[in-house]
Design a protein around this ligand. Structure first.
Ligand code: URA
Length: 182
């Protein structure tokens, strides 16, 4: 574990801890306010993110930005990262060994950001952070406290593209998050 961002970022630049390095264009480390109260954790980079080196810049990210705008959340005020930092081929779910290899980077990011709230975007984030016993359908929208951090599991923004009802729930969950800090 590193106690500063420079060393952490340096340590990841040539990462080959899992097979995902073979196809990456860019490592998608994370973005936003390094002292944020709210941290968002997604699954892994897609094609757009791999190209730009920034999380949630593609279609799902645009939807997330819309929700942010409507709720008065500024993207630059929060911190956004993923379970894995390199793009899984064809946007498949990260495999167990890939997530395990990458998770210490994310843990280090959480330690440095010290968020009050972590929003878990979808099943992959939920299961890898809080445990395999959780399911997103049951857990979403409910606060879970662990080691002084409040977790809010919600739908992955990509799921909203497929189901309008999930959009309403996603907004509701993020509204809870905003209200919690008031
Ligand atoms: N989906 C994710 O889970 N993360 C991204 O950064 C982009 C899409």
């Amino acid at each position: 574990m590193y106690d500063n961002w420079e060393e952490l970022e340096q340590s990841i630049i040539n990462c080959k801890k899992c097979k995902l390095y073979q196809n990456r264009t860019n490592i998608v480390f994370g973005t936003g306010n390094k002292n944020a109260d709210i941290m968002f954790i997604g699954e892994g980079p897609g094609a757009d993110e791999d190209k730009e080196g920034e999380p949630f810049v593609g279609k799902a990210g645009k939807l997330m930005n819309e929700a942010f705008k409507g709720l008065g959340i500024k993207r630059e005020e929060v911190y956004i990262a993923n379970i894995v930092k390199c793009r899984p081929p064809s946007n498949r779910v990260p495999e167990e060994d890939e997530a395990v290899a990458c998770l210490n980077y994310l843990r280090n990011q959480v330690i440095l950001v010290k968020p009050k709230i972590i929003v878990l975007l979808g099943s992959t984030a939920l299961k890898n952070i809080l445990g395999k016993e959780y399911g997103i359908t049951n857990a979403r929208g409910k606060w879970i406290e662990k080691k002084g951090i409040m977790y809010m599991p919600t739908w992955h923004p990509a799921a909203l593209l497929r189901d309008e009802n999930k959009k309403i729930e996603f907004w509701k969950d993020l509204k809870e998050v905003v209200n919690k800090l008031k």
